[in-house]
Design a protein around this ligand. Structure first.
Ligand SMILES: Cc1cc2nc3c(=O)[nH]c(=O)nc-3n(C[C@H](O)[C@H](O)[C@H](O)COP(=O)(O)OP(=O)(O)OC[C@H]3O[C@@H](n4cnc5c(N)ncnc54)[C@H](O)[C@@H]3O)c2cc1C
Length: 512
């Protein structure tokens, strides 16, 4: 099998690299697969697919063993039990089941796997290449399309290549950059979801965007999370005036679940017209703070914030895209020979709210499924297309400011109108505004020389529209989706499935 691996920047750059906490697996004797399933389903608020959750939980131990064989250096148990891995507990998990490599789990997994990939002679790497769109073909007398490749921009020479492939696997990550504040790296611009959508894939449950309650707020800081453990160790959430507010929202105060804390902060910011709130641990002993939170202490100090003396300005930030390209249990999309894995996909594992540390597990689980499926179908006859190069036609963009301005506008619009707490009025206003941007950017895209920023902007607008339409379609509040016009949760849960025929989608859900 010959494989081309395309990555739009350096190979390691993506959310995986930044994953700190770990990867969930049933390894302890006191734990069970049934309990992992129950915890995941509970977090998912009625929308998890039970068969998928069961399969993933069942394979978790084998997946950890496979990663160990690839050389991933997980943290060992210090209690003297030889070769036993250290397990921690995170929100939603009944038992300690988080395997980790200190607080750099994603980096450790990536390092080992990238090392293996580089040694394989059948894998060709194409870094600084950006996939623009999928190439699909309809077979004669068939209504189903088949994916036969992708248009790809080589950022180094600015040429558009046609990559033909028997099978295409999208593993392009989430769409969290669609919001002004995010914990994600710049790569998470929803490219895979937008490409699949334009090609005719079903996109599911995009209204469920997970927000982390506390991300550092500073005009120069990018995507730095302030861990939940800071609140666990006594950190207080206050307004800039010093007034605490969490007790008004939940008896558990700052230790309420993530979505409740994120909604409370969002509400206080909106009613008080604030840019941020403060997370303050400065009342604790300086030496204790430095010992317990060395990374947070040093990172904040870079921005002249001494957390031993003052509160940390924080805002909630988008963290995880629960919805995505709808896939079956083998990671197949509704387009033949097109697969999707990881955060770009909607497998049914996370439902309406992802449980912490289940996402890295999902990535590996479905990668293995794709491999099995391709091995089964690899010998079938496939369409041939020429592997030609295309000129990047159009005018050189002399109006870079248009791209920069639109990026900022869209992310601000999504933050203000389609954020943590939603209303019908704001969603409808956002829909009108985003459709104007969409028309404008499609014209711009067709006339100008295509750049990486332009590709991402086009995708960002596409995904923003999908999120808005999905949020409008859901006439209830469930999991991560909260609409004050429909505060109750319906008895029966259903997925929101969107495809290219957007207006029909809205009609379909209006009739429900
Ligand atoms: C700060 C942070 C902490 C987290 N902590 C945890 C944790 O502890 N445990 C856990 O389970 N999950 C955690 N998550 C979530 C988890 O890391 C992600 O869900 C997961 O890593 C996603 O992997 P992925 O392979 O789907 O996407 P990514 O790792 O984001 O990789 C996507 C890749 O696709 C490339 N790409 C995108 N678009 C294109 C294009 N158009 N053309 C070419 N290449 C493209 C990107 O360059 C990138 O290399 C965390 C996430 C963040 C941001």
């Amino acid at each position: 099998m010959s494989i081309g691996l395309i990555s739009k920047t350096e190979l390691h750059e993506g959310s995986t690299y930044y994953a700190q906490g770990g990867i969930s697996a049933v390894l302890s004797k006191m734990d069970s697969i049934d309990q992992h399933v129950e915890d995941t389903m509970e977090a998912g608020a009625g929308l998890c697919k039970e068969d998928i959750v069961k399969e993933v939980a069942k394979d978790s131990k084998e997946i950890i063993n496979w990663l160990l064989k690839q050389g991933v250096k997980f943290t060992k148990n210090s209690s003297g039990q030889k070769n036993k891995l250290h397990l921690t507990k995170e929100g939603g998990h009944t038992y300690p089941r988080i395997v980790h490599a200190a607080d750099k789990t994603g980096e450790a997994i990536q390092e080992s796997l990238i090392d293996k990939v580089k040694k394989r002679t059948n894998i060709e790497l194409f870094t600084h290449h950006v996939a623009i769109d999928l190439i699909t073909k309809k077979k004669k007398y068939s209504s189903n399309s088949q994916c036969i490749g992708s248009y790809v921009l080589n950022k180094k020479n600015n040429l558009i290549n046609v990559f033909k492939a028997k099978f295409v696997v999208l593993a392009t990550g989430g769409a969290n950059k669609v919001y002004l504040y995010t914990s994600n790296p710049d790569t998470s611009s929803g490219d895979g979801i937008a490409m699949a959508y334009r090609a005719g894939c079903d996109i599911a449950n995009m209204e469920f965007m997970q927000f982390h309650p506390t991300c550092l707020y500073h005009h120069k800081a990018k995507s730095f999370l302030i861990s939940e453990s800071l609140r666990g160790e006594g950190g207080k959430l206050t307004l800039p005036s010093g007034e605490s507010f969490m007790h008004k929202y939940d008896p558990r105060g700052v230790l309420a679940p993530r979505d409740i804390v994120a909604r409370a902060i969002d509400n206080e910011m909106k009613i008080n017209g604030l840019d941020y709130v403060l997370l303050d641990i400065s009342h604790k002993k300086t030496s204790d703070i430095k010992k317990r939170f060395p990374k947070i202490y040093n990172e904040c100090l870079k921005f002249d914030i001494d957390i031993t003396k003052t509160g940390i300005p924080v805002v909630p930030a988008t963290h995880y895209t629960c919805g995505g390209i709808n896939i079956d249990k083998n990671a197949r999309t509704n387009i033949k020979n097109l697969y999707a894995i990881g955060e770009v996909a909607h497998s049914g594992l996370h439902g309406a709210n992802r449980m912490a540390s289940n996402s890295l597990l999902e990535c590996i689980f479905f990668s293995r499924k794709v491999l099995e499926d391709i091995k089964k179908h690899g010998n079938e006859k496939h369409e041939e297309i020429n592997n030609d190069l295309k000129n990047n036609t159009g005018k050189k963009v002399s109006e870079e400011i248009i791209i920069k301005h639109s990026w900022k506008d869209i992310r601000t619009l999504m933050w203000d109108y389609v954020g943590i707490v939603r209303t019908n009025e704001r969603l409808l206003k956002a829909k009108i505004r985003i459709s104007i941007y969409k028309k404008e950017i499609e014209e711009f895209f067709n006339k100008n020389i295509i750049s990486s920023d332009l590709i991402e902007l086009r995708n960002l607008i596409c995904v923003a529209e999908i999120i808005i339409v999905s949020a409008l379609a859901r006439k209830e509040s469930r999991g991560l989706h909260f609409n004050t016009d429909y505060p109750k949760t319906k008895k029966t849960a259903h997925d929101t499935i969107i495809n290219v025929n957007l207006e029909n989608n809205i009609k379909k859900y209006q009739e429900k």
